[in-house]
Design a protein around this ligand. Sequence first.
Ligand code: SF4
Length: 309
Amino acid sequence: MAALESRSPAGDPKKPEWLRVRYNAGETKEVLELLKKLGLHTVCSGANCPNLGECWARRTATFMILGDRCTRNCRFCDVPHGKAGEFLPPDPGEPRRIAEAARDLKLKHAVVTCVTRDDLPDGGASVFAAVIREIRDLNPETTVEVLVSDLGGNEEALGTVLAARPDVFNHNVETVPSLTPKIRSGAKFERSLAVLRRAKETGRSVVKTGLILGLGEEDGELFETFRAIRDTGCDILTLSQYLRPSQDHWPLARYVSPAEFDRYREEALKLGFPCVLAAPLVRSSYKAAEAMEAVRAADVHTFSKVFKE
Ligand code: SF4
């Protein structure tokens, strides 16, 4: 068994028991080998996701397109930051290989995210559209969820992704307005809200976003943030615990207990979110298929309430 996230960077509060995750490395071998063979990246390993063991053992993975280095450098994120000149042009074979991986893994729901590529004229939007098309071509029964950057506020690029009609369109707001300029690199709180609003206005996709807790946000501003997000028409909200990757990352303010996550879920549900997933180890793509199905079946309130990590 391998242990994930079992230690905290020096000086951080002691990691509580509810964040200790164990997995059997043998169960993840098959997914790892397939991804290696197809030359694909996942955010599961790229961002050291604590759910890697569970998801890979279930033969699901969140593909990360456009390379393994990001042009941005958010203070909470473990995805490697690249320097100018280190970025390769998009790989034209990548969309097909992702479709092949979805077929080989027999995915019912494929989740595709990216490193942010501000160096590309459309931020990689056309690659997202190609991935959606290729997955559907090879896997007509598979639903597709995309988790995109703010595309630098490029409206045309956003239109390219939305026109490909992903089943779920996800863009993470990540944190409250006052922390956004300190923690998110190259992002603006209002711009992220505008991305969600536009996605909802198209009326084609379930719209989703996520917030990370434990970064130093206060309840009052957090609840205002829930309201601002809900006002965009967003359908699914995920709330998760910040796990500080290293001492070089943004300091951890606190561990939020499971009972507090329950309280935050109730507050968000009161605002009318159809679906809220809130627990320490929730990540934006965790149980993504179940959340989408709950929204589509309109059994969302029950799903949100009974959801436990
Ligand atoms: S833009 Fe996304 S992938 Fe890049 S550093 Fe920020 S959170 Fe990480």
